[in-house]
Design a protein around this ligand. Sequence first.
Ligand code: ZN
Length: 434
Amino acid sequence: MLAAALVLGLCATASADDVLFENVRIFDGKGAVLSAPSNVLVKGNVIAAIATNPIQAEGAERIAGDGRTLMPGLIDAHWHAMLAASSPAEAMGDLSFASILAGEEATDTLMRGFTTVRDVGGPAFGLKRAIDRGIIPGPRIYTSGAMITVTSGHGDFRQFTDLPRRTGGPLTPMETVGGAMVVDSPDEVRMRVREQFMQGAVLIKLTAGGGVSSPFSPLDVTTFTEPELRAAVEIAENWGTYVAAHAFTSDAIRKAIAAGVKCIEHGFLMDEATARLIAEKDVWLSLQPLPELMRTGLREGSVERAKADEVWPGIGRTYELAKKYKIKTAWGTDVLFSRALAKQQGAILASLVRWYTPAEALVMATGTNAELLALSGQRNPYPGKLGVVEEGALADLLLVEGNPLENIDLVADPAKSFKIIMKDGIIYKNALTE
Ligand SMILES: [Zn+2]
């Protein structure tokens, strides 16, 4: 009703917190073209009206768009808010120091135009609470809490001196801070998964197969047994949400899907038949165009480097398979332990043009990623529509100097390109008034 009244140019009262973007061309997070010059009214934290006619909104803060692009805030579907910018030692050490580091990085993340992240591993509960309460600026966080792994699985960073583990015995530092939890039976899965939900997890992340950065998890190994996978899926479904599984190989992916996992992370060593299966089962594939720097940053001759050398050629092949079978594909970065790489978050998005048009890449990082976030169902911490510019959606918006559908490199230079960054109706950056 309100929106209709405004579009007709009827007099409407606006509060001081309302914001009217005038003369903007909209990339809506769904389509491949910009709109005609339009006006967009944000009331509270919601996009209340979009019209090509003038919108009457007395008292609202007016922003002269001057033909710039208005687009949804960006979403990174594979992020580690607590691990992106710290060293491994810092991340597994003093949690208060790690949280402050992560808080600074969260502000940087928002200032790069990322208004939402899907946090798939790490103790991000306190960080999220601080951001949501307005204590520090940062993105919305959909977090899984600790990665759930098995002994010698991906995410088990213990050393031989930590073995043998005594059931019920003391936790290692990695577990104490909540970075990763080791489970070795369906019962332990249930306990650790429920603990994540108790703390505010909105999805569960487990590692169904080997990974690059853990020294004792060979790539070919399938780590969880099917009863363990099913236990995690059952608890997640009881909580109205889903399990995402780190998995490279066809075997690990197939077992995860058979157990009811709804999203596969990476998948870079899958065969064609498995790609077809993912499409048939309507399972999400969360991919990352991992930069070469991540691989070459690993010491030559190390186990980790050898595994990276095996995985990297699969990245391009997997993107081709995802396109060929029209798999529901999310985009993310998976930056770990590197502030320098974290700064490349937008550049990593722009690098998708190896396989996609700029419009396809930007739709993936906005409207499509938001569909994956919605899979958190009953646990969704921010009910409302994200990743789109439409009436009724949450007001996470970027005002861009230029047209990112023509020049996607604009998102790689957020300091210059993003004149306004708004999250939840609040302006966190306004470079027009400077
Ligand atoms: Zn990751």
